[in-house]
Design a protein around this ligand. Structure first.
Ligand SMILES: *Cc1c(COP(=O)(O)O)cnc(C)c1O
Length: 371
């Protein structure tokens, strides 16, 4: 008599979240391929081409000697330095491992399952990934002609489920900014219980006359927060530190959704030292902006239609020619960032890399079959 229950099935693999099946993993910028006799440049990640400042390296070296200890979880030194610099109460500042870390905290602080996050598309690739990982729903609003945010369409896309709106200015990867007046008009249309985050990862490179003053908007409106990073202009991409400035109820919740000890001790001291060296860093930023203007002018001279560029990269609106252009760059030792059949983003880097980019682009345009 064997009426014992059948042995439970033994599946071959563990059960994972089904909602993640369709989600692509974040694709980092490709490393440069090394070619004989040709210096290769990785211009696919918007990194700062300058090496760390000696003053910053020094404090990082010193801090490395106590890496057996946990970092200060309150990130007190950096928070105080930022509060003073930005002239806001320290309670409004929250830090995280890169601004993508803070972005994750923002989505988790605002969205329950199925709530919506509105942002432009194309924009920063991490937006849909972080939104979906948190169980929220990305609402992607196509860019307007000129690769700019369509703020009217974004306001129209807000529903009763919207909890968060991301405005990326300058926009990654198209390099365009939103205007101060249009942003103000947009904010007037956003319900005051929906958080608007202005992602200013490239703020330091902006020289447009009509750029918004995000900090002033934050001061004037309880539902506006500002997101910034030390990865780009400050050149600390490898250390991972960014921050948000948000009104207190939001900031308090961001501290709850942060992973404990997210900002490591080397990043904390490096960020403080970088703020202290802001004048030195600004010289570098000015040089990069001058290089951007030089490259954009040369490309337009060749016949490229380049939208107004306000960050540390250039956007090529290439459509179907995107893969071919990326290959042409790769063949000359330049690793750029292609986006399917939308376009290519190329970081402003060392002058030699920039010169080569202009050369490749000129040749590509001359040889491209007219359609
Ligand atoms: C690079 C970037 C960030 C942040 O990067 P971190 O290194 O995580 O601070 C945030 N937003 C945009 C639009 C970016 O391009």
């Amino acid at each position: 008599m064997s009426d014992q229950p059948a042995a439970p099935a033994r599946p071959e693999s563990v059960r994972l979240r089904q909602s993640l099946d369709a989600l692509p993993a974040y694709a980092p910028g490709k490393p440069a391929t090394v070619r004989e006799g040709l210096t290769a440049y990785k211009i696919s990640s918007n990194e700062n081409p300058y090496p760390p400042l000696p003053s910053v390296l020094d404090v990082v070296r010193d801090a490395a000697a106590s890496m057996n200890r946990y970092p200060d979880m309150a990130v007190a030194g950096l928070t105080a330095a930022l509060a003073e610099r930005l002239d806001v109460p320290a309670e409004r500042i929250t830090t995280g491992p890169g601004s993508v870390g803070v972005l994750d905290q923002l989505v988790r602080a605002t969205c329950d399952d199925g709530d919506e996050v509105v942002f432009a598309w194309r924009s920063f690739e991490a937006y849909p990934i972080i939104t979906t990982l948190a169980g929220a729903v990305p609402v992607m609003v196509p860019l307007a002609p000129g690769a700019r945010h369509d703020l009217d369409a974004m306001a129209d896309a807000i529903t009763a489920r919207t909890r968060l709106v991301l405005v990326c200015t300058p926009n990654n990867p198209t390099g365009t900014t939103v205007g101060a007046a249009e942003l103000e008009a947009f904010l007037d249309r956003v319900p005051t219980d929906v958080l608007v985050v202005i992602d200013e990862a490239y703020l330091e490179f902006v020289d447009a006359d009509d750029a918004p003053d995000a900090m002033a908007l934050h001061r004037a409106r309880p539902n506006v927060a500002v997101l910034r990073t030390f990865s780009k202009a400050y050149g600390l991409a490898g250390l991972r530190v960014g921050y948000a400035v948000a009104h207190e109820p939001v900031a308090r919740t961001l501290r709850k959704t942060a992973l404990p000890f997210g900002v490591n001790s080397l990043a904390q001291v490096a960020a403080v030292a970088s703020l202290e060296a802001a004048d030195e860093l600004e010289v570098r930023v000015k040089d990069l902006v001058a290089e951007r203007e030089r490259v954009v002018a040369a490309l337009r001279e060749q016949g490229w239609e380049i939208p107004d560029q306000q960050a540390n990269f250039v956007w090529f609106d290439l459509g179907e020619d995107t893969p071919a252009f990326a290959e042409a760059c790769e063949a000359e030792g330049l690793t750029v960032r292609p986006y399917l059949t939308d376009g290519v983003r190329a970081t402003i880097a060392e002058p030699e890399a920039n010169d080569r980019l202009v050369e490749v682009a000129g040749r590509f345009l001359a040889e491209r079959p007219r359609t």
